[in-house]
Design a protein around this ligand. Structure first.
Ligand code: LLP
Length: 421
């Protein structure tokens, strides 16, 4: 459930008319609902009730300062994957002991930054990374708390570009080698082993792969404990999928996911961390665009929008489906026609949907892309020198621009011309 609903024939974000935002901010823009973000966070938090736990928002899915601050104020920790994300989390007021550092390519500068600023744990993904981290920690005279991310070789049954827990994926350490790698970690004086980490992929629409992975984690916990390691924390990653359509076969709910966690690892007495991104932010955001032209092609009609692949790359990159709806509510039973819905960028890949059925649309109409809150603004670029589009946050009947649209001048001024030119 989200808070983008038609009211009196027009789309609202909570209690604000989307058309009013468009009139003030211009199109295209991203619009987030605070109530939806908080609701989704709370679903996870409640699902793990009764267990010592922390929900760390995977801020790679949506990293605006306002969003981070909102979630942090509700008690969220953050899962970060770069120095930039770490800096953003700290700037939003997230304490270091609620920040988890993931990622396969952490640099020593990033490690130093996190050790100095405070960190809950590093999720380490390789032996060279372990040596590097131990070296940095030792040079600073501190001990780095770590989990090792294991690759359980489980098929997440999701898009191949976002599957991360199968043999052959670049992530984690093969579970078959876990014991020797933990033995190495225990020998490195700058590290303290505290747990195990796993993340098998994103947009999972079934619980079974989680069940397989978490069962393997539970077995490994017992094995590693028998080897003498302290396993007190399990980071179970993110990945629970969201409904991108309004059909009935929605992915499992956080409550079912929480029950699965309790069932598979609850008996171990570990502190549980999860790192959901998409489920918290995905359906908490829309992208609002305007129709520039309707164009009749030889065998199809095109709806040309002012938003493009540089603003929302998911359809071009993963063939992802987003619901595309007019901001003015269509009359019930109105005739629909098929359009290829495209942006103005100069490549054919700049296509949001092919032969999508739409109610009657005119140039100038506002069109909203649903489920665009995750991996939307964060993956945007200024390709074709189209300035990054603004982000707007709604709360009840108020809204604020939380990232302004750069002017052409702002964009140009980021470049510098060498003296010899
Ligand atoms: N933890 C780790 C270590 C991750 O790599 C990810 C996502 C998450 C947590 C959060 O997963 P989520 O709960 O959001 O599924 N750009 C792609 C998705 C990439 C996901 C990358 N890792 C997309 O637009 O579908």
């Amino acid at each position: 459930m989200d808070h983008f609903l038609y009211r009196d024939g027009t789309l609202f974000a909570e209690d604000v008319s989307v058309a009013d935002i468009a009139a003030q901010v211009g199109t295209p823009f991203y619009c987030y609902s605070s109530a939806t973000l908080l609701r989704h966070f709370k679903l996870f938090d409640d699902a793990l009730e009764g267990m010592d736990h922390l929900v760390c928002f995977a801020m790679k899915s949506a990293s605006n300062q306002a969003i981070l601050k909102l979630l942090a104020s509700a008690g969220a920790g953050m899962d970060v994957v770069s120095g930039g994300e770490y800096a953003r989390a700290k700037a939003a007021g997230v304490p270091g002991d609620k920040i988890v550092f993931s990622g396969i390519g952490k640099t020593q500068d990033e490690m130093r930054m996190a050790l100095e600023g405070g960190i809950r744990q590093f999720n380490v993904e390789s032996e060279p990374e372990m040596h590097a981290l131990s070296e940095v920690a030792t040079s600073l005279g501190v001990i780095a708390p770590i989990t090792v991310r294991i690759n359980p070789d489980v098929d997440a049954k999701t898009h191949e570009k976002i599957s991360t827990g199968k043999k052959g994926d670049k992530f984690g350490i093969p579970i078959s080698r876990a014991r020797e790698v933990y033995a190495l970690a225990a020998k490195l004086s700058g590290l303290q082993v505290i747990g195990i980490d796993v993340h098998i992929g994103s947009q999972l629409t079934e619980l079974e792969p989680f069940e397989l992975a978490y069962t393997k984690v539970a077995e490994l916990t017992e094995q590693l404990r028998a080897d003498g390691h302290t396993i007190m924390r399990l980071d179970l990653g993110g990945g629970l999928g969201i409904p991108y359509t309004r059909s009935n076969d929605a992915p499992p709910l956080p409550t079912e996911y929480g029950a699965l966690i309790k069932r598979t690892v609850g008996h171990l007495g570990c502190e549980i961390e999860i790192e959901p991104g998409r489920l918290i932010s995905g359906n908490a955001g829309i992208m609002v665009t305007k129709v520039i032209y309707l164009k009749s092609g030889e065998d199809r009609d095109f709806l040309i929008l002012d938003g493009a692949m540089n603003d929302l790359i998911r359809p071009a990159m993963y063939g992802a489906y987003h619901d595309i709806i007019p901001v003015i509510e269509p009359k019930p039973g109105v005739d629909q026609s098929a359009y290829d819905i495209v942006g103005p960028v100069c490549e054919s890949g700049d296509t949001f949907a092919k032969q999508r059925m739409m109610p009657p649309v005119l140039a100038g109409d506002l069109i909203a892309f649903r489920s665009a809150g995750a991996y939307g603004a964060v993956m945007s670029s200024e390709y074709n020198s189209r300035p990054l589009i603004p982000e707007v946050l709604v709360q009840d009947d108020q809204f604020a621009v939380i990232r302004a649209r750069p002017t052409f001048d702002d964009m140009i001024k980021r470049d510098t011309i060498p003296v010899w030119l």
